[in-house]
Design a binder for this molecule. Structure first.
Ligand code: PMP
Length: 388
């Protein structure tokens, strides 16, 4: 036998490593408060231990409150917002069925692609970033699923939801809503607004680390997804298994399906507890107040808000039109270098159109708005006008 030699490890792994302190004032992730960071460092327990089931049950109650729903089929994905997007589509749509997607920024486009990849017949209703859809436009189609983004973080738009659930019901279509960027920042009422499937992410106004994503299905959605002819394309995201893992299927035993992110669930539970302590109404009010304060400050700097209609602005993520004569990348790089602060440019179709400031949950304070305004003013003063 020839001698086997161990490869040496790369020396970079033996170096000290630090995570820098940054002001995360972009569209997410947001800064995580010490109370949530602390529970994330608690000793791990088994994902199938009774204490873990209790934590998962608490998470379920927390999500029900945050979503304003009594749905039994309420769980968290082991994965980021995209996991919830895929779970929603994979479970409720079968290949060949038709899906209608409202595209007014990147998120509709992503869901359209996810649905196409699993073989759905996708129809896109397209508007430029920041555009919105009338209930009349939506009513003209007859899909099995309609997707809408509540908080379009790439454009800074908070889309009206009232009445759409009723239209979907009338046409026997499921209504799927993305609240990754808006939950806790702008009102949403899953049951009252007849939303059939709703999801969010952990890392925005909930202020938990990225990696978990609450999702809820009502009875109509459950009926469709548990009476399919074909199995969903994903084993990991199959709600037959996930509903058992989360104790939602009425069976006496929860069986092993996958190993959930134990620390991530500790953190998610704590973030939902903070929201429950604070109250949804208080959280919505605070986001609106701080956003209004930020709008005033931005206008005082001579900047233009990208969404002209104040009522349609997303309180958690504010979009600014790129000021004339400035290179947006230069402004953002300056702010990161000199203020250790993240703000971002656009995403997908809004690239080159906007700069984005996110003040979410724990970060949503007037003092932080002042810091962001101060950093922007400094960048505007010091970044040469390249085009003028
Ligand atoms: N939807 C919206 C509205 C979002 O803002 C995001 C994240 N920026 C996502 C979906 C995707 O979430 P994640 O990055 O956690 O997968």
């Amino acid at each position: 036998l020839s001698e086997r030699r161990l490869l040496f490890t790369n020396p970079v792994l033996l170096r000290d490593w630090k995570s820098p302190l940054r002001y995360l004032f972009g569209p997410g992730p947001s800064n995580v408060p010490p109370r949530i960071l602390a529970v994330g460092a608690k000793p791990i327990i088994g994902h199938l231990h009774p204490e873990m089931y209790e934590i998962m049950n608490d998470i379920k109650r927390g999500i029900q409150y945050a979503f304003q729903t009594e749905n039994n089929m309420t769980i968290s994905m082991s994965g980021s917002g995209h996991a919830a997007m895929e779970c929603a589509v994979f479970n409720t749509v079968e290949p060949g069925e038709s899906v209608l997607v409202a595209v007014n920024g990147i998120w509709g486009e992503r869901v359209a692609e996810i649905a196409e990849r699993m073989g759905a017949n996708v129809h896109r209703m397209v508007k430029t970033p920041g555009g919105y859809f009338s209930n009349k436009e939506i009513e003209q189609h007859k899909p099995v699923l309609f997707f809408l983004t509540h908080g379009e973080s790439s454009a800074g738009l908070c889309h009206p939801v009232d009445g759409i659930g009723d239209i979907c019901r009338k046409h026997n279509c499921l209504f799927l809503v993305d609240t990754v960027a808006s939950l806790g920042a702008a009102p949403i009422f899953m049951d009252k607004q007849n939303i059939d499937i709703l999801y969010t992410g952990s890392q925005k106004a909930l202020n938990a680390p990225p990696g978990t994503a609450p999702i809820s299905f009502n009875e109509r959605a459950c009926h469709k997804m548990f009476n399919r002819k074909t199995k969903p394309v994903s084993y990991l995201f199959d709600m037959t298994h996930l509903s058992n893992y989360w104790g939602c299927d009425g069976k006496p035993a929860r069986l092993y399906h996958h190993t959930g992110p134990v620390s991530g669930f500790f953190a998610l539970r704590e973030s939902l507890a903070i929201l429950a302590e604070r109250g949804l109404e208080e959280s919505w009010k605070k986001h609106k107040e701080v956003a209004a304060y930020l709008y005033r400050g931005l206008e005082d700097l001579g900047l233009k808000l990208f969404i002209p209609e104040r009522d349609l602005r997303l309180p958690s993520v504010t979009t600014i039109a790129i000021p004339d004569g400035y290179e947006w990348r230069e402004l953002l790089a300056y702010i990161m270098k000199h203020h250790q602060m993240e703000m971002t440019g656009g995403l997908g179709p809004s690239i080159g159109m906007v700069m984005r400031i996110g003040l979410m949950g724990y970060n949503c304070e007037k003092t932080n708005a002042d810091m962001a305004l101060n950093a922007l003013a400094d960048a505007l003063k010091n970044c040469k006008k390249s085009k003028a």
